[in-house]
Design a protein around this ligand. Structure first.
Ligand code: 3HC
Length: 342
C-alpha cells in the first residue's frame, strides 16, 4: 500500500475543511431561501455578520441621536397633553436604541464598541437627524414624515433573515405607528387652526419633505449594499421602491391635512400605478453624510457629552450588578432561605 505523503495529508484535511465550509454555506443559503431565520448560534458568512452589524448599528445610533431634535421641544410643548405625548415618544426612541444594540450584541459586538465607533465618527446615523427643529410644527412634521418614512422602511425589516433584528423590528414598528399618528394629528390641529398655525405647519412640511425622502438612502444605482442585502434577505425592497411607496402614501395624506408637498413634479403615473416625483438633491445628501449638514456637529457633540456625563451611572450600575452576582454566587452554598417569624 502506498504511503500517504505529508502533502497528501494536508490536501486531505483542506478538502475536508472546504467541504465542511461548503456544507455550512449551503445550510445558511437554504435557511435564507426558505424564509426561515438565522439565529445567533447558527453559522453565517463573515460578510453577512459584518453587514448586519453595520446596518443595525447605524439604525440603533439613529434612534438615540433622533431623540435630540424632539427633546428640544419637550419644555416648550404647548400643553400638558402634548408634553406627555412627546416625552413618551422620546422615551420610546431610547428603548428602540436599546433593543437594537442588544440585538447587535448577539452578533458578537458590544454596545460599548458600537458607541465608541459612533462617537469617533466611524459609524453613521441617519442623515435626517442633522436638520434643526425650528418651530413646534416640526414635531408634527417629524412624526408624520420622518416616522412615516421609518415605518415604510422598517415594516419589511420585520421579515429580515436575522431573527433578533426581525423580532426587535416588530415591536419598534408598533411604536413607530403611534409616533406617526401623533405627528399627523398634531399637524392636522395646526393646519385647521389660525392662519399663522397653518402657515407654520406648511413651513415645517416644506423643510422636512426632501430630507425625509433622503432617509431611504441613495438611488438604487448608487446603493453599494442593496443587491447583496436583498440576496441575503436583510432588505426586502430597494431604496427607490420604498421611497416611491412612501410618496404614494403621503400624497393623499397631505390632501387630507390641507397641506401641500413642496414638489411641483409629483404626479400620478398611470403606467406605473404610482406617483412620479421631482429630482432629489443628492449633493445635499452627500454633504450631510460627510458631516456638513446643519446640525451634524451639534448632534455628535451633544451625544459625546451625554455619554461622558452618564459615566457615573454606568459605573454604579456595573458595581451594583457585580455585588448581586457575587451574592448570588455564594447564595447556593451558604445562605439558605430563612422563614420569617412573627
Ligand atoms: N443616512 C445616513 N447614511 C445613509 C443613509 C441615510 N439616510 N442612507 C444610506 N446611508 C449610507 C449607508 O449606511 C451606506 O454607508 P456605508 O457604506 O458607509 O455603510 C451608504 O450610505 C450607501 O447606502 P446603501 O443604500 O448601500 O446602504 P443600505 O443598503 O444599508 O441602505 C438604509 C440604507 C436604507 C438606511 C438601510 O441601512 C436600512 O434600511 N437601515 C435600517 C433602518 C434605519 O437605519 N433607519 C434609520 C432611521 S431610524 C429612525 O428613523 C428612527 C425613528 O424614530 C424615526
Amino acid at each position: 500500500m502506498a504511503a500517504v505523503t505529508a502533502d497528501q495529508t494536508t490536501q486531505g484535511t483542506a478538502g475536508t475543511a472546504d467541504e465542511a465550509e461548503a456544507g455550512r454555506l449551503a445550510a445558511f443559503d437554504a435557511t435564507v431561501a426558505a424564509d426561515d431565520r438565522i439565529e445567533p448560534r447558527d453559522w453565517m458568512p463573515d460578510a453577512y455578520r459584518a453587514s448586519l452589524i453595520r446596518q443595525m448599528a447605524q439604525h440603533a445610533h439613529s434612534e438615540i441621536i433622533g431623540m435630540q431634535p424632539e427633546a428640544n421641544w419637550i419644555s416648550r410643548a404647548p400643553s400638558l397633553r402634548r408634553k406627555a405625548i412627546l416625552m413618551a415618544k422620546v422615551q420610546d426612541e431610547a428603548g428602540h436604541g436599546l433593543y437594537l444594540y442588544s440585538a447587535a450584541e448577539t452578533l458578537g459586538t458590544s454596545r460599548e464598541e458600537l458607541l465608541d465607533k459612533l462617537h469617533a465618527g466611524r459609524q453613521r446615523y441617519s442623515s435626517i437627524f442633522n436638520y434643526p427643529t425650528l418651530t413646534w410644527a416640526d414635531v408634527g412634521a417629524i412624526g408624520w414624515l420622518v416616522d412615516g418614512a421609518a415605518i415604510t422602511n422598517q415594516v419589511p425589516l420585520c421579515r429580515c433573515s436575522y431573527g433578533p433584528y426581525a423580532r426587535a423590528m416588530v415591536r419598534i414598528c408598533k411604536e413607530e405607528s403611534f409616533h406617526q399618528r401623533q405627528g399627523y394629528e398634531l399637524l392636522l390641529a395646526l393646519s385647521r387652526g389660525t392662519p399663522a398655525q397653518h402657515e407654520m405647519a406648511q413651513d415645517a412640511v416644506n423643510r422636512w419633505w426632501w430630507p425625509s425622502l433622503m432617509m431611504f438612502g441613495p438611488p438604487d444605482d448608487a446603493s453599494a449594499h442593496s443587491a447583496q442585502s436583498m440576496a441575503w434577505r436583510i432588505k426586502r425592497h430597494s431604496n427607490d421602491e420604498l421611497r416611491r411607496r412612501f410618496v404614494d402614501i403621503c400624497v393623499p395624506q397631505a390632501q387630507a391635512l390641507g397641506l401641500t408637498l413642496p414638489d411641483p413634479d409629483i404626479r400620478w403615473n398611470e403606467e406605473l400605478g404610482q406617483h412620479d416625483y421631482g429630482e432629489i438633491d443628492w449633493t445635499e445628501f452627500q454633504e450631510v453624510l460627510k458631516g456638513n449638514g446643519p446640525c451634524n456637529e451639534q448632534r455628535l457633540t451633544q451625544r459625546r457629552t451625554a455619554h461622558e456625563n452618564g459615566a457615573w451611572v454606568r459605573e454604579a450600575a456595573a458595581a451594583y450588578a457585580d455585588k448581586h452576582a457575587a451574592r448570588a454566587g455564594t447564595a447556593g452554598t451558604a445562605a439558605q432561605p430563612v422563614e420569617a417569624t412573627a
